[in-house]
Write a protein that binds this ligand. Structure first.
Ligand code: NAD
Length: 456
């Protein structure tokens, strides 16, 4: 079935229909209309999967992709235009340009944590650029996967866009096929498997992976605002956000104030009894939930620390000074546990940050411009924010992605269009004149050679 689907998409792409900008626009508009119509049903599916609060579902999933869609629909004509560049003297007279062209068949594999957004946002870029697509949502968010199938089947013929549901086996079968581009979002571990499969066919990839994201709070930071913005970015989606701050490195002089403010805001956001809050998602998978329980074992809990097997509730939790060789500090936490580690000298920040691979995100809270700049310059990371968390994902002008172990490639807005386009270089050489110089027999004197070498 997968083979036939790939073949059907190959033929559809070869028919050249997707190269027509009006065709792309028509389908992006249909997708936008269908998502708008199904918005409540999508939010219900997200709630059924992990009790994602409706406001969060709209802000980070449906409205997020609708904004991407509307932007692409508006800009697609402009983006698709060939880009004229100046010609080189040696080719005089010529017209030179860069022509974006679609790669062909795209495979998009997505995780469970933002199960709607992370399927649809890359799809928008793939279609805007004129590709066909096969989508593989996560098997661990089955209700969202089901509604994605319904929407896609209603909007697209399957030779243009299709969904293939399933887990590792299905994913493996899909990866065995020859694609023109693979877009993968998920763990670094599985990213390596995807990269290897892609290498078999020399298929280009985007890998949106994970990392352990530091959040530095120095002695000059405004503790109340820092705490408010950290708590928001950490506990939205119950901490199951690839760019959530993973751990805090706070200057020792600011630690007490920051902890008090964090406690205050967590209570203000979610109430005294955290489990009763309607604004906290649950942990989406049993494996992940059990993993969080293990990570918390033996740690010094400052707030939270409770959980409930009944619906995989895990309270927003603050942990005091975990050791760097603890389970909690081993790798990405990806849940609502926030370790707080204090430092006295800047070199101690480096000792912690440099233990890990290049993170997906980096945050610094400080009023000291030189310090902000130093951290932004000294470390390599996917993207970051000064005096806030997570919000760099929301600007379509900024490419979103990782570096090193946290990923390859960046997308959103025009960056998505560019990512899913091959940029073809073309020269149109005039026929009314032909410089004879390049043809053999060369017979050029040293004197002439010296004169013309600047042409090359
Ligand atoms: P995962 O890597 O386990 O799974 C992602 C997808 O790959 C799923 O569709 C799954 O079915 C498939 N898959 C799993 N094992 C596979 C295998 N052996 N071979 C082929 N395919 C396989 O990730 P997850 O647990 O679903 O998602 C959480 C991870 O994703 C976290 O590490 C998080 O940081 C990362 N993430 C990154 C971003 C980003 O934009 N960089 C966004 C969200 C999540």
């Amino acid at each position: 079935m997968i083979k036939e689907l790939v073949q059907a998409q190959q033929m559809f792409f070869a028919s050249q229909q997707t190269k027509d900008v009006a065709f792309r626009k028509k389908y992006l508009k249909k997708l936008s209309e269908e998502i708008t119509e199904q918005e409540d049903a999508i939010c219900d599916a997200l709630y059924a999967d992990f009790k994602k609060p409706k406001f969060e579902s709209m802000a980070t999933e449906t409205q997020f992709v609708l904004a991407e869609l509307n932007h692409a629909i508006k800009k697609i004509g402009e983006w698709s235009e060939p880009i004229r560049v100046s010609s080189s003297l040696s080719n005089f007279p010529s017209q030179d340009w860069i022509q974006p062209e679609p790669y062909g068949k795209i495979l998009i594999i997505a995780p469970w944590n933002y199960p709607f957004q992370l399927v649809i946002a890359p799809l928008i870029g793939a279609l805007a650029a004129g590709n066909t697509a096969v989508l593989k949502p996560s098997e661990l968010s089955p209700n969202t996967s089901k509604i994605i199938v319904e929407i896609i089947q209603k909007v697209f013929p399957q030779e243009y866009v299709a969904v293939v549901e399933g887990g590792v086996e299905v994913s493996t079968s899909l990866l065995a096929e020859k694609w023109d581009y693979i877009f993968f979002t998920g763990s670094t571990q599985v990213g390596k498997i995807v990269y290897k499969s892609a290498a078999e066919h020399l298929t280009p990839v985007t890998l949106e992976l994970s990392g352990k994201n530091p959040c530095v709070v120095d002695e000059t930071a405004k503790a109340p605002l820092a705490a408010k913005r950290i708590a928001w970015g950490k506990f939205i989606n119950a901490g199951q956000t690839c760019i959530a701050p993973d751990y805090i490195l706070v200057h020792a002089s600011k630690k007490e104030a920051l902890i008090n403010e964090l406690k205050k805001y967590i209570t203000a956001f979610y109430g005294e009894n955290l489990e009763l809050s309607k604004d906290l998602a649950r942990i989406a998978t049993p494996k992940h939930y059990e993993g969080l329980k293990q990570k918390l074992e033996g740690e010094s809990v400052l707030l939270g620390g409770s959980y409930n097997d009944k619906d995989q509730f895990f309270a927003p939790t603050l942990v005091d000074e975990p050791t760097l060789d603890s389970k909690l500090m081993e790798d990405e936490i990806f849940g609502p546990i926030l370790p707080i580690i204090s430092y006295e000298n800047v070199s101690e920040i480096h000792d912690v940050v440099s233990r890990y691979e290049k993170p997906l995100a980096f945050y610094v809270f400080s009023q000291d411009k030189a310090f902000q700049q130093k951290l932004m310059n000294d470390y390599s990371f996917g993207g970051g924010t000064i005096n806030d968390t997570v919000v760099h994902i929301s600007n379509k002008q900024l490419p979103f992605g990782g570096v090193g172990a946290s990923g390859i490639g960046g997308y959103h807005g025009k960056h998505s269009f560019d990512l899913f386009s091959h940029h073809k270089s073309i020269i149109k050489h005039a026929t009314w004149f032909d410089v004879p110089l390049r043809y053999a027999p060369y017979g050029i004197s040293d004197y002439i050679m010296r004169k013309i070498k600047y042409l090359f």
